[in-house]
Write a protein that binds this ligand. Structure first.
Ligand code: PLP
Length: 375
């Protein structure tokens, strides 16, 4: 039996064909027709006017912060419960992440804490330069109250939708709520280019500026002329071809990941001590990862026992994100709340959810979890 991974890439004949077509068309140079088409197709899917294909989701977040004018010494509100890339991007522009706890109802940044923090800071003239939201594990944040609070204080909201391609909130796609948004096509995301990302923006000027910054800030001269510091952040045309084939299969992936979560819920949902990540009624997730918490007293063992039992059977499961306010690298950063995500981290585990996971492999995972139970 081969190892069961958490969320491995799934590629098939369409990916192979489109990659080889790009290869045979000789568009090996970084930019090319598949980059343009991938950008247009992703922008259409998200409902944002412009998209810029980049080398990673982190690069997309970095450029979103640059374009939003976030500068050295500025503070940025960021959920504590997320992957480190969200906060790393803020540090690339010299900004200081201020971490905000999540809501127990959604595991996403708590809109009440954000609103209170913005009100409090407005009164002391210390508003942050931006709020970055993260649509965690494929579930949308609660954008109505978040946008109302940000608009009230004229603070830009940047959406880290790296995990949420295909997710909706009241029928509207994630990635279309912020002044800009970032997607990731890293190997374990719902679609992958083996590595890549996308910045989506409402205006063509911002998209043009992002392309300029992502290609070493080259001025339009025959020689190499530079008036500002740029980056080497563009996606290769070959990988964009792969991304187009993956994007065409997005809905089928969402359906299958949803089915996988439903089977986990059917098998484990009624067991005492197990609670799945709550699904908020306001939206439709893309079901990227199935996550649950384990109450050791009620279940009879803790999530680490489960993770190790799965690992012993060559099955990869992972603890939920370790909150950033508990990460050594951010020791000393401010935090608003923090106990909710700390408790989810203590008890939380992400289960294998790859779109190609077979029912028999999933049954092995379920049986091993049930066998961990102690009376
Ligand atoms: C994956 C991820 C990123 C980073 O994307 P990369 O393409 O790996 O750079 C950023 N934020 C979140 C929440 C992610 O899950």
């Amino acid at each position: 039996m081969s190892r069961i991974y958490l969320s491995p890439p799934e590629v098939g004949p369409d990916e192979r064909r489109m990659l080889l077509e790009a290869f045979d068309s000789n568009w090996i140079a970084p930019l090319g027709p598949d980059v343009d088409a991938f950008e247009a197709e992703l922008a259409a899917r998200v409902g944002m006017p412009h998209a810029v294909a980049l080398s990673s989701g982190t690069a997309a977040l970095h450029l979103a912060l640059v374009l939003s004018g976030v500068q050295a010494g500025d503070e940025v509100l960021i959920p504590s419960f997320t992957f480190v890339a969200t906060a790393n991007a803020a540090t690339y522009v010299g900004a200081v992440p201020v971490f905000v706890d999540c809501s127990p109802e959604t595991w996403n940044i708590d809109p009440v804490l954000v609103a209170d923090e913005l009100d409090r800071r407005a009164a002391t003239d210390s508003l942050p330069a931006a709020v970055i939201t993260v649509d965690l594990y494929g579930q949308s944040c609660d954008y109505e109250p978040l946008l109302a609070a940000c608009e009230r204080h004229q603070v830009p909201l940047i959406e880290d939708a790296a995990e949420a391609l295909g997710t909706t909130y009241h029928g509207q796609a994630c990635g279309s709520f912020g002044s800009m948004a970032a997607f990731s096509f890293n190997g374990n995301k719902i679609i992958t280019t083996s590595g890549g990302g996308m910045l989506v923006t409402p205006t063509g000027d911002e998209a043009a500026r992002a392309r300029y910054l992502a290609t070493q800030a080259r001025e339009p001269f025959p020689h190499y002329e530079h008036t500002t510091i740029g980056y080497n952040y563009r996606l290769s045309n070959l990988l964009a071809a792969l991304g187009r084939a993956q994007l065409a299969g997005l809905d089928s992936r969402i359906t299958r990941r949803r089915r996988i979560q439903e089977r986990y819920r059917d098998a484990l949902g009624g067991i005492e001590g197990i609670e799945f990540m709550p699904i908020a009624p306001y939206g439709e997730p893309n079901w990227w990862l199935t996550c649950l918490t384990v109450d050791p007293d009620a279940f009879g063992c803790d999530r680490e026992d489960i993770r190790l039992a799965l690992e012993a059977a060559d099955i990869e499961a992972r603890p939920t994100w370790k909150p950033l306010h508990l990460q050594p690298v951010f020791a000393g950063n401010k935090v608003v709340g923090g106990s909710v995500c700390a408790e989810i981290f203590d008890r939380g585990i992400c289960l294998p959810t790859g779109s190609a996971l077979s029912e028999s492999d999933q049954d092995r995972v379920i049986d091993l979890i049930l066998a961990c139970r102690r009376p």
